[in-house]
Design a binder for this molecule. Sequence first.
Ligand SMILES: [Zn+2]
Length: 279
Amino acid sequence: MAEFSLTELVPDVFAAFGGVCNRGIIAAEGSVVVIDSGISPAEALPLREAAQQKTASGNIILFNTHEHLDHTFGNEVFQQDTIIAQAAVRNVLATNGAKQLADIKQNPQMAEKIGDIHITLPNVVFDQQLTLFAGPTEIQLIRVGPAHSQGDAIAWLPQQRILFAGDMLFNTLVPAMPPGGNSLQWIHSLTYIESLGAEHVIPGHGPIEPPEALGALKNWLKTARSRVAALLDTGADRETVLAQVGAAMQTDFPRGAENRMPMAIGQIYADIVRERSAS
Ligand SMILES: [Zn+2]
């Protein structure tokens, strides 16, 4: 595991690196808000210690950007704190968290990495939006899912123009698209997120991105969707769609993470088939 480290983006706002996902700390005048806990208690521990050092009262608020295990399975370390998320995050973890844990533990390396955990649910949930303050710093939690997952929400700091994007943004153009998301809503949400005018964007994984990365991912999703739709119009079957669109996307957007391609195109295929059967 990489070493835990904090990067101060502007005074009081830190990106936390060294975990499977990127995390954050916003601390001002003794109040602290933490963005995402990590994949395990071991990963969450140095993050909470760093947060605790920044609060006079000991009050810590954790925000989960979405329900995926690499962002929430460290929640246990924050169990005496307030844990906030969009409502679907709690629902999905409550109904499906144990299965996620059992599935990931099939992989011996991951089982060792995660260790023994108690799935710890958010204890405050919101529907569309909730605003927090760390001292004078405003932190808007805004629902943008279902997109990458069911419960996606961003943390937007309008004064600092900093966006914690969760997995709405990836450091490669091929996004992780496990079941539960929605590629069409993802495109709509990226348009909304672009309109915020962020200067610093912290993606869920990988290095800090320029704001233009939001438009690049939107373009990728739009192109993949139109290619899948065009092939569906010709009556192509799922296997053909995955192979042909996967190859075309790799040629036109050659930027790594090709291993994610079948899942991404498969999710887009399922989305478009569902949209067509509903209309
Ligand atoms: Zn995720």
